[in-house]
Write a protein that binds this ligand. Sequence first.
Ligand code: PLP
Length: 377
Amino acid sequence: MDWKALLHEEAPSPYGEVAPPVFQSSLFAFASSAEFEAAMNEGNRPVYTRIGNPTTRVFERKLAALEGAEDALAFSSGNAAMAATLFSLLSAGDRVVLATPVYAGTYGLVNKMLARFGVEADLVDGKDSKTIIEKLPGARLLLLESPTSYTFEMQDLSALSRAAREAGVLTVIDNTYGAAVYLRPLDFGVDLVVHSATKYISGHSDVVAGAVAGPARLIHEIRAKGLVFLGAKLAPWESWLLVRGLRTLPLRLQRHQQSALQAAEFLEEHPKVRRVYHPGLASYPQKDLAQKYLRGSGGIFSIELADGAAAREFADSLELFQIGVSWGGHESLVLPLASQPRVAASYAFPEGLVRLFVGLEPAAELIADLEQALAAI
Ligand SMILES: *Cc1c(COP(=O)(O)O)cnc(C)c1O
């Protein structure tokens, strides 16, 4: 882990401040037209905040260092980062191979939005490497998410990205779960890594943001097309909050991981729980992939209740876990997935599937809360 990138600043400043300034300015002015032209042509100074801002740049460089990437680009949401990436790299007539299940926002972006612009998609079960590899010749882009949202299945990143490279196909992954700390996909041959920084990277449930990291050439292309034309830039103040979130990211992840594993182990033994979907458990069906790719497992996982019809009652009975979407902040959350119609309709989840996010509260109190809610159903 590049702790220096997280905790220290790159450039010495005359004031010695240890936190970056917030450059809350929409434009940057020049004393001469020669300086202005140099900034426009060489990008050596900021010009306009839609295209780049010094505070946002601090966040981008720190995230790039964590991912082991040459560069990164921030956006106003995770979906904006994914949309800018796909709209920059794809054209009408191109085909995407989409590993499923996938986050609902990505599913909609590919199947409802890009489809209207003449981009085709092949949806293939992400566990089925053989079929994914068969679909690669002639495709433009392979889109992965591992572990997946909702059921936390893993994909074989090295094998898939190697096959994609041989077929001339770019591999893009949603790495929101791994958060650049527990998974570094570029180490395994993936070309581009997309994040919802709303989750662990922000860490305090107060920012919606996204980013993409990868080789300078591709990031430049996404900046020139996706950022400049689509315009979904991240605000300077929110960039500053993300820099602050990054400082404690590894510490927070450790705490989420410890508490969530304890909760998952408790739930796995409980007679009212049919199954626990958690890549850190000894019973995880894709243990070999988890060991190969993940350095840790974080705070999010799902359970399937033995009595599927009790999912809403279970969520309503919890006191410390609040009902809510998103995750990655300080507060524990519960989401009965069957009651989220858009998600359930796309993937036919078991009725009793409930997603839990274990926050920073004491694990023993969270487990006691799970125990009383299970007793109530
Ligand atoms: C939340 C999320 C997104 C979308 O990010 P936003 O910041 O909400 O736009 C994408 N992928 C995953 C896995 C997510 O959890």
